[in-house]
Every structure is written in C-alpha cells, then in structure tokens.
Design a protein around this ligand. Structure first.
Ligand SMILES: NC(=O)c1ccc[n+]([C@@H]2O[C@H](COP(=O)([O-])OP(=O)(O)OC[C@H]3O[C@@H](n4cnc5c(N)ncnc54)[C@H](OP(=O)(O)O)[C@@H]3O)[C@@H](O)[C@H]2O)c1
Length: 291
C-alpha cells in the first residue's frame, strides 16, 4: 500500500480525506496535536523520516476578514498559506513525493466583468486572504520550474460544506448555520450576490483520490460541485430539500458589511476533470446522512 501523509487531518476537508484514503492507502494523519506545522525544520525532519509517496496539504488559514483587520493574523496567514506549501514543495522534491495542495476561488475576482474562471485564467485577488493563497500557488509553481520532476496537483475549490471536522476548532458549514437560524427566526435575510460553486468535502476528497490513482498530469485543477448559485439561491434549495417553510428575503451584500471584499462572481470552471454532481444532490446526501 502506498503511504500518504495528510496534513490538517482534523480540519473539515482533512477529516474527509482521511476517511476516503484509509481504505486503499497507508494513511499518516497529522494535525496540530502531532506537530505545529509552522516549525518547518521539525516538520521536514519528520516527513523525511516517514518518506511518504504522497503529501496532501489540507492546512490553511481561512479567516478571510481577520486578514484584513489584524496584521498579526495576516502574518500567520502568509506563514500557513504561502510558506508552508513552499516548504512542502521543497520536501516533496527531496523525497520524490507527489504534492497535493488546495487553493480557493478567492484568488479571482479582480476582473470586474468576468464571472467564470478556468484553470488558465490569471488570478486577481481582491482581498488579503486571496493574496496569501495566491502567494502559496506562486511558490509551488516557482519550485516546479526549477525542479521539473516535481509532480504536484494544485486544486482550487470553493464554499466547502459537509460534516464538521474532528478538530475542536472546526467550523460548522454555511448550510448548518442556516438550519440553526431557521429554528429560532421566522424570516431570514440572505445575500443574493457572490455567485460561486459549493463543494461537498466528501466529493472533493473522492476527486482528489481519483486524480492520484489515475495519475493525472501535474498542474491546476478546479474541483467544485456543479451548479453555481448565490447564497440566497442555495438557501432556497436547502429549505426545499428539508421541507422547511420560512420566508427568505434576498438582500444585497451591503446589508452585511464585512472587512474583506468578496468577489461578485468567482465561479470556477472545471475543464480538466470529469464534472462533479450538482451541489443539490450532494447536499441532499449530506443532510440525509447527518446524525
Ligand atoms: N472552507 C472553505 O469554504 C474553503 C473554500 C475554498 C478553499 N478552501 C481550501 O480548502 C482547504 C481546506 O479547508 P478547510 O475549510 O477544511 O480548513 P480547516 O477546517 O480550517 O482545517 C485546517 C486545518 O489546519 C490545521 N492547522 C492550522 N494551523 C496549524 C498549525 N500551525 N499546525 C498544525 N495544524 C494547523 C487546523 O488545526 P486546528 O483545527 O487545530 O486549528 C485544521 O485542522 C484549505 O486549503 C482552504 O484554503 C476552503
């Protein structure tokens, strides 16, 4: 069995990656309890001792608004989103491991009239979080230029949902937040802007496994569930699936001002991998299996 190292194994995506890979791979599942991944020297030593064939990085700094408000948070975001993937790419070169790294639709948004983005489009982030993720992408690309043998998969995704990760700090997904609000409110205001695609963490983990198993080419992949929507449109679908009757009002994003700008549209187009099922089908499955 091939040895795969999953970093951030108790995060929302990491937890699903461990589940999906453990049937066919020898999985090393590392999280904060194992090691602070920002101790790059210790991390490199530990990885080199294990010599996994595949390194999957599901670690990230994801607090989009904090990056805009607090310089210390922004510094941490650069360490986790740029410096960590850079170090992992260097380690992967040294031990000849394949590297999987995840990025975001928020590397896009700066092109005012553009709604859809394919794998070849040039990033144009409009907030600091997107800048930090784009910086990580550039580091991996730079290391690949110098080391042609590096096999890497840079998977951009958006709006993850699914079961909460095992970490005590794991965040509940947007749909669970909406279901909880519906228990106490008789109507909800939801932003009818910011078009993009939802992605079921289980489907993303399965797609990641397929990319590795079928030995796809190195490079950038856009992996999202099919069906681009606004937040409002997705909430209408959610309540339809759950047969919940509640008034939902479409509002502009100016109704909920936030420190970081969000792209009006950041729909990822997938041209390199078979299309994933529609997000409504994935959402129905997630809700059915939820305990
Ligand atoms: N969430 C989304 O909607 C979304 C959208 C687009 C792209 N993505 C990308 O998808 C990937 C997975 O995101 P996610 O939502 O699953 O992330 P997540 O739930 O926040 O998980 C990140 C994991 O990294 C761990 N971690 C953070 N700093 C660490 C450190 N210094 N040492 C050790 N562990 C550390 C966290 O541990 P603790 O829990 O202990 O902090 C957590 O388990 C990321 O690359 C993200 O950028 C996510």
């Amino acid at each position: 069995m091939k040895k795969v190292l999953i970093l951030g194994a108790k995060g929302n995506l990491g937890t699903q990656l461990v589940k999906v890979f453990q049937n066919n791979y020898q999985v090393l599942a590392w999280d904060r309890e194992e090691l602070d991944f920002l101790n790059f020297e210790k991390l490199a030593k530990k990885i080199r001792a294990e010599k996994p064939e595949i390194i999957i990085n599901a670690v990230a700094y994801n607090n989009v608004d904090a990056c805009e408000e607090d310089i210390k948070e922004l510094d941490l975001a650069y360490k986790l989103n740029r410096d960590l993937p850079k170090n992992l790419a260097q380690i992967a070169v040294g031990i000849k491991a394949k590297l999987v790294h995840f990025s975001t639709d928020y590397v896009f948004g700066g092109e005012v009239d553009q709604k859809f983005y394919n794998e070849k489009d040039s990033p144009s982030p409009i907030q600091s979080y997107g800048e930090t993720k784009y910086a990580g992408e550039k580091e991996i690309a730079r290391i690949k230029v110098k080391n042609k043998n590096l096999k890497y998969f840079l998977i951009r995704t958006s709006k993850l949902f699914g079961p909460k990760g095992e970490s005590e700090f794991a965040k509940a997904s947007f749909f669970d937040v909406m279901l909880n609000l519906a228990k106490t409110k008789d109507q909800l205001d939801v932003v009818n802007e910011e078009w993009s695609c939802f992605t079921y963490t289980f489907d993303l983990a399965q797609a990641t496994k397929t990319i590795l198993k079928k030995n796809y080419n190195s490079g950038i992949y856009h992996i999202v569930n099919d069906g681009a929507v606004s937040w409002y449109e997705s909430v209408i679908e959610l309540f339809k699936i759950q047969n919940i009757e509640i008034k939902v009002n479409p509002v502009g994003s100016d109704k909920f001002p936030r420190p970081a700008k969000r792209p009006m549209s950041s729909i990822l187009q997938n041209t390199r991998f078979p299309k994933l099922r529609n997000y409504t089908e994935a959402l129905a499955e997630y809700l059915k299996n939820k305990v």
